[in-house]
Ligand binder design. Structure first.
Ligand code: ACM
Length: 725
C-alpha cells in the first residue's frame, strides 16, 4: 500500500490542490488493520517525508489503498446496475438521488451501456460477508461489488462520500483511483430513539434513517411505549393510542395552549399508525437499517395501564397519562390475562417489524407495587418464586418463550440480568458496561450503550447556544474514545459483544431539529466505533475528517452541532447566561427549555431543579450598584432521578419568591433580594432589577431563588451586574 500511494502523489496533486482546503490532509497510511504492523517501519518513514490526501470517509474503511490516476464523475455519467437484480436497481436510484442532492450531479441509472459506475453483485454469496463491499476507482470507471445487498448499498455510500469531499455544488467531480475493501467491525451499530417522551413526525424519522444510513449505522431501536405515552397503533387494543398516546402538558397552560371550546388544556401526544410503521420499516430496510421495536415491560407501563387499568397491580390505578418525567412504580400484572394482552401486542408488533430482535425494555421496574400486592405475593408463593427480581426474570422468560416460538429473539436492558437472565436473551448494557460483561461471561450477546458516554441526550458542549439536554457534557471526542472491546473479557467472551448503540431519550428534547443536532456529529463517532477496525482508531485523524462530514450535513440541510472540539466562549465580565454560571451542585443537572413560547426558540436554563442555585464566579463588584436578572418559571415535573435527590426549599418572604444574592458563598451575607413577579405562562422570561449593597473587589456571588414548594420554580436565565452610583 505504501508504495502505491508514494507512486501516485505527483499524479493526483492537481486534485489535491483543488480540494485541499476541505480535505483532511493527513500523514500517509490509511488503515490496514492486519498489515499495519508489517508495514510500520516503512510507513513511518514515508509519513516523515511525504504527505498524501486521505479521503475524509466516515466511518473510515477497513482497507484503503490510493492508486495512480483518477476518474471524473460528471452529469450524465451512466450508473449501471444488473437489470435482473431489483436490489441493485433500488440502490442505484437511492444513490442517484443522493448525489443529485449533493454535490448536485445528475447521474443516469440504467441496466446497460458504456462502462462508468457499475454496481455488481458477486456470485459468491460469502465473498464480502453480510455488509462488506469492494469499491474500485480506476481511470476507466468505478466498480462497486459485493455479495450481499447491504454491501452494495454501503459501497454507494462510500462513493457518495468520495464525491462530496469538497463543499458546494459540482457537475463534475474528479476522484482518485483507489481500492477499498471494507467490512464492519461489529454487526450491531445502533441508535435508540425515544418517541414517547416527545413525539417525532414520520418525516423526521425518515430523515434520521437517511442520515444514519450515510454513517453505516444499521439498527434503529425505536422506544414506542413508556409511562408518558403509547405510540404504536395496536388494532386489538385501540385505547392504547386513543387514551395512552395523549397527556396534559406539565405546568400551567398558556392561553394559546387552551382549547377555546372546552377551556381545557390542549393535549400533547400522537402515535404511529400501522401503515406508517410499515412504510418506515420498509424505508429503513432499503437502507440496511433494521428497526427494533421496544415494548417496555414489566415497568414503564403507566400509559398502557391508564388505557386498560386491569393490566396493572396498584390498589389505585392511574387515571391519566403523566407528563412528569422520572420512573413510575406502575408494573404490569402477572396474570394470564395480562400475558394474553402482551402476546397480542407482541404478535401485532412482530407482524410490523420483521427483524430478528424484539426489545422488551425491562429497565427501572420499581417493585413496590408487586411487593404491596397480595395477589402478586400469592402468585409468587404458588410459583415458588422467592423475590420480586426473580418474578421479573420469570416474567421475561415467559415472554422470551413466546418470542422464540415465533422465531424472534428477545433483547432487554441490563436489568433483565437480575433474578436470572432468560436463556436466549441479549442485553443492552446501559448502566455502564457491567451488564454486557456479565452477559458475555454467561455466554449471552450484548450491545454496549453505557450512560453517560453513549447517551446522546447529554449536551455536547458548554455555551449558551447549546440546546436543552441532560447536564453532563459528552463531546464528540468522548464518544470516539469509548472502548467497545472491554479488556476484562477474554477474546472468546468478547465475541458476545455484538456492537454499540447510542441512546436518545427525549424528556428534555422537544424539537425534532434538536434531536438531530444532538445526534450529529456524535453519530459519526459512534459509527466509527461500530464499523472501523480497532487498529485504525485515531482521534486526531477522526477529528480532522469531521469538517468534511459537517459539510455533507450542511449540504443536505441536516441539523447538527458544529462542536468538533470544545470551545468555551470567553466569559463576559458583566452579563452571564446560566450556562456561564457554576451550578451550586451537580446532582440532576439539566439544561432545559422553558415551556414558553409554544412555538419558536425557547430560552434554555442550566440548573438542578432540586436545588436551583448558581455561582457567579469572580464578579468584579467595584462600582456595581444594581443587579438585573431574567428568569423563567418552570414546572418541577419530577425530572429524572428526582427520587434520589433531596429537593431544597428556601422559604420565601413574598408570594412569588425572591432571587437572593449572597456574597462569597451561599451562606454569605445577603447583598440583594429581588422579589419575583407572579409567573405568567405565556411569558418566557420575567426580568427583575434591584439594588446591590455596594462592594469593592472581586467576589463570587451565590444566586438562589426562594420557594415554598418545588412546583413551579424559578430558573435563572441571565444575570447582569449594572454599574452606577
Ligand atoms: C435507561 O436509560 N433507562 C435504559
Amino acid at each position: 500500500m505504501a508504495e502505491e500511494v508514494l507512486g501516485s502523489i505527483a499524479i493526483f496533486r492537481p486534485y489535491l490542490a483543488k480540494i485541499a482546503a476541505s480535505l483532511a490532509i493527513l500523514p500517509l497510511l490509511i488503515s490496514c488493520a492486519t498489515r499495519q504492523t508489517d508495514h510500520a517501519d516503512r510507513q513511518a518513514h514515508v509519513s516523515d517525508t511525504q504527505m498524501a490526501v486521505t479521503p475524509a470517509l466516515v466511518p473510515f474503511p477497513a482497507h484503503l489503498a490510493v492508486q495512480s490516476g483518477q476518474f471524473a464523475v460528471s452529469d450524465g455519467t451512466p450508473l449501471l446496475f444488473d437489470k435482473v437484480d431489483a436490489d441493485s436497481a433500488r440502490i442505484a436510484a437511492i444513490f442517484a438521488d443522493l448525489v443529485q442532492r449533493t454535490p448536485g450531479l445528475t447521474l443516469v441509472p440504467k441496466p446497460e451501456g458504456a462502462r462508468a459506475i457499475v454496481i455488481r453483485r458477486l456470485a459468491d454469496p460469502n465473498a464480502t460477508g453480510k455488509e462488506g463491499y469492494r469499491l474500485e476507482v480506476t481511470p476507466a470507471g468505478v466498480t462497486i461489488s459485493a455479495s450481499q445487498t447491504a454491501g452494495l448499498f454501503y459501497g454507494t455510500i462510500t462513493l457518495w462520500q468520495l464525491l462530496t469531499q469538497a463543499p458546494g455544488t459540482a457537475h463534475s467531480v474528479t476522484i482518485p483511483a483507489l481500492q477499498i475493501d471494507d467490512a464492519p467491525r461489529f454487526a450491531w451499530r445502533g441508535l435508540m430513539l425515544d418517541s414517547v417522551r416527545h413525539f417525532q413526525s414520520v418525516d423526521f424519522i425518515r430523515t434520521l434513517i437517511d442520515a444514519m444510513a450515510r454513517e453505516k449505522l444499521n439498527v434503529l431501536q425505536w422506544h414506542l411505549t413508556d409511562d408518558q405515552g403509547w405510540r404504536l397503533e395496536i388494532k386489538k387494543y385501540p385505547r392504547l393510542t386513543q387514551v395512552g398516546a395523549w397527556r396534559v402538558p406539565a405546568g400551567e397552560a398558556a392561553e394559546h395552549d387552551i382549547d377555546p371550546a372546552t377551556r381545557k388544556p390542549l393535549l400533547y401526544g400522537g402515535y404511529y399508525t400501522q401503515a406508517q410503521v410499515r412504510e418506515l420499516v420498509a424505508y429503513a430496510a432499503a437502507r440496511n437499517i433494521t428497526i427494533v421495536p421496544e415494548i417496555e415491560m414489566p415497568g414503564h407501563a403507566m400509559a398502557a395501564i391508564v388505557a386498560y387499568p386491569r393490566l396493572g397491580t396498584a390498589a389505585e390505578p392511574p387515571t391519566s397519562v403523566s407528563s412528569d418525567w422520572g420512573v413510575f412504580p406502575y408494573l404490569y400484572n402477572v396474570n394470564d390475562e395480562t400475558f394474553g394482552f402482551l402476546e397480542d401486542v407482541l404478535s401485532e408488533t412482530m407482524a410490523l417489524f420483521p427483524g430478528t430482535y424484539i426489545h422488551v425494555g425491562g429497565d427501572e421496574a420499581i417493585k413496590d407495587q408487586w411487593k404491596a400486592s397480595p395477589v402478586i405475593q400469592a402468585k409468587m408463593r404458588a410459583l415458588g418464586i422467592a423475590s420480586e427480581d426473580a418474578l421479573q426474570s420469570w416474567f421475561i422468560q415467559r415472554v422470551e418463550k413466546f418470542l422464540n416460538a415465533h422465531g424472534r429473539r428477545l433483547i432487554g436492558w441490563d436489568e433483565i440480568l437480575q433474578g436470572g437472565i432468560a436463556p436466549n436473551a441479549t442485553i443492552t448494557s446501559w448502566r455502564g458496561i457491567d451488564g454486557a460483561v456479565a452477559a458475555a461471561k454467561a455466554g449471552h450477546d450484548a450491545v454496549l450503550s453505557p450512560a453517560p458516554t453513549l447517551y446522546f441526550d447529554n449536551r455536547q458542549a458548554e455555551g449558551r447556544d447549546e440546546p436543552s439536554g441532560r447536564g453532563t457534557i459528552v463531546t464528540l471526542g468522548d464518544v470516539y474514545d469509548f472502548d467497545p472491546a472491554p479488556t476484562v473479557l477474554t477474546a472468546d467472551e468478547r465475541r458476545h459483544i455484538i456492537g454499540v448503540q447510542a441512546n436518545f431519550w427525549t424528556e428534555h428534547i422537544r424539537e425534532q431539529d434538536n434531536v438531530s443536532y444532538a445526534v450529529f456529529p456524535r453519530a459519526a463517532a459512534l459509527a466509527e466505533l461500530g464499523w472501523s477496525p480497532a487498529a485504525a482508531h485515531d482521534r486526531t485523524r477522526f477529528l480532522a475528517r469531521m469538517p468534511t462530514e459537517l459539510g455533507r450535513y450542511a449540504a443536505l440541510g441536516l441539523a447538527h452541532s458544529t462542536h468538533i472540539t470544545p470551545d468555551p466562549a470567553p466569559l463576559s465580565a458583566r452579563i452571564r447566561d446560566s450556562h456561564e454560571l457554576k451550578p451550586c451542585g451537580n446532582a440532576g443537572l439539566l439544561s432545559v427549555e422553558g415551556p414558553a413560547p409554544l412555538h419558536g426558540k425557547r430560552p434554555v436554563f442550566l440548573h438542578s431543579p432540586a436545588d436551583p442555585c448558581w455561582i457567579y464566579e469572580k464578579a468584579d463588584l467595584t462600582g456595581i450598584s444594581q443587579i438585573q436578572a431574567a428568569a423563567g418559571s418552570l414546572p418541577y415535573n419530577r425530572p429524572i432521578s428526582s427520587s434520589a435527590q433531596k429537593v431544597v426549599l428556601r422559604l420565601p418572604a413574598t408570594p412569588n419568591g425572591e432571587l437572593e444574592v449572597h456574597l462569597d458563598s451561599c451562606e454569605g451575607v445577603k447583598i440583594a433580594v429581588l422579589p419575583m413577579p407572579r409567573p405568567a405562562p405565556d411569558v418566557a422570561l420575567a426580568t427583575v432589577r434591584g439594588s446591590l449593597a455596594p462592594q469593592t473587589g472581586v467576589h463570587d456571588l451565590c444566586l438562589v431563588f426562594t420557594r415554598a414548594r418545588p412546583d413551579p420554580y424559578w430558573a435563572l436565565h441571565t444575570v447582569e451586574l449594572v454599574p452606577g452610583r
